[in-house]
Design a protein around this ligand. Structure first.
Ligand code: FE2
Length: 392
């Protein structure tokens, strides 16, 4: 069994911008991301796509061959990031109705916590909806304790303590390795960690969810706070960011804002049939190589106009970055700088059939932000796509 090497704490600090934090005074300590759990229409093919195009490696599996007659579930990893991809096998599986409503998407942002019971007790006391009570699951590899809290829409946070577990994922899963071999010369992995996961919520609900994360989970508002200034001529949105103590887990939350035309958030809410996860930002230490490798596999990214790179104000603002601007321009990689440093980022087109979930790639160089300076250029690019879909 090949064990996927985890980034060290030092590497993570640089990759996702960690800050110091004392867990002992935290009422709801969170160690990090446990997994992003997806429900899709065809898990077999989505798992293949994430291996071929995103360079993830299969490490565990559950399905009819292991006694799970309801669905197939593929556990994929890249560095510290774990995705679990589920698709119904049984035509009466509850996953069918979820997929019927939402299309491909994330059902569960599972978080690793050191003490499930303490977190659930605090969350319940502060108004959370406990969807699954704390319980143990055991097999020959040990015991996992978990519980789940409901969040926006049909999304939840499963809280997982796997400190007494040594198996490939959860009880019921078996070790399974990728059959697919990476193209020769491709970087060993295309991303190393999850940086942030963005939720889209309904108009007027953003502050409610910011408050939920603050009150129920002890998260704090991050310095990057964006008011109603994220607007193009046509569409607009509001966004605020909450993070756990050490910023390992960051949740930007968007709501649509009123503008001349339909916001990209409205489009999402229509096609996802309610609030849900909009995008997942993947941290890479070499965004150029990652983008090149993904393009070679057919991943489509949003474009940026040449004017973006030729804008003297932008050139002045971004100053010196690790590669010539032309290298970024030829790949449509965006750059933003703040008082702490800079970041490079790029966004894929939606990865499924509905205009809902997409990915971001992010390479941080000190900046703890989310690319606020790029929002206008980015939204204009999204609107070009939205227009082409007839949804603007
Ligand atoms: Fe993002």
């Amino acid at each position: 069994m090949t064990i996927e090497q985890l980034p060290t704490q030092g590497e993570l600090r640089k990759l996702v911008g960690l800050v110091d934090h004392d867990d002992s005074v935290d009422p709801f300590p969170v160690l990090g991301w446990d997994a992003l759990i997806w429900v899709v229409g065809n898990a077999t093919q989505t798992a293949h796509f994430l291996q071929s195009a995103f360079g993830m490696r299969l490490e565990a599996y559950s399905g009819p061959e292991t006694g799970n007659r309801d669905h197939k579930s593929f556990v994929l990893r890249s560095g510290a990031a774990r995705f679990v991809i589920k698709g119904a096998v049984d035509p009466d599986s509850p996953l069918i109705s979820h997929h019927d409503r939402h299309g491909d998407g994330i059902v569960d942002i599972a978080l690793e916590v050191p003490d499930v019971d303490r977190c659930v007790a605090w969350a319940r006391e502060h108004g959370a909806r406990v969807e699954v009570e704390p319980h143990d699951e055991t097999d020959e590899f040990g015991t996992v304790r978990s519980a789940a809290l409901g969040i926006y829409g049909d999304t939840r946070h499963t809280l997982v303590d796997r400190s007494r577990y040594d198996g490939p994922y959860l009880p019921g899963y078996i070790v399974r390795e990728s059959v697919l071999q990476p193209r020769p010369g491709r970087p060993k992995r295309l991303f190393q960690a999850i940086d942030h996961v963005v939720g889209n919520v309904e108009l007027g609900r953003m502050d409610e969810w910011v408050e939920f994360y603050r009150r129920v989970m002890g998260f704090t508002n991050m310095a990057e706070f964006v008011g109603d200034d994220i607007a193009t001529d046509y569409s607009a949105l509001m966004s605020k960011v909450v993070a756990n103590g050490n910023h390992r887990v960051k949740f930007p939350l968007n709501e649509p804002a009123v503008a001349k035309k339909r916001s990209q958030i409205d489009e999402y809410l229509d096609f996802y049939r309610g609030p849900g996860v909009q995008h997942i930002a993947l941290a890479t230490n070499d965004i150029l190589a990652t983008v090149d490798a993904m393009r070679l596999e057919g991943v489509e990214f949003l474009t940026a106009p040449d004017a973006y790179y030729e804008d003297p104000e932008l050139r002045e603002r971004i100053g010196h970055v690790r590669v010539p601007v032309e290298e970024l321009q030829s790949r449509a990689i965006l750059v933003d700088r703040d008082e702490d440093g800079y970041l490079l980022q790029i966004f894929t087109k939606p990865i499924g059939d509905r205009p809902t979930v997409f990915f971001e790639l992010i390479e941080r160089h000190g900046s703890l932000g989310f690319g606020k300076g790029n929002f206008k250029a980015l939204f204009e690019a999204i609107e070009r796509e939205q227009e082409a879909r007839g949804n603007l």
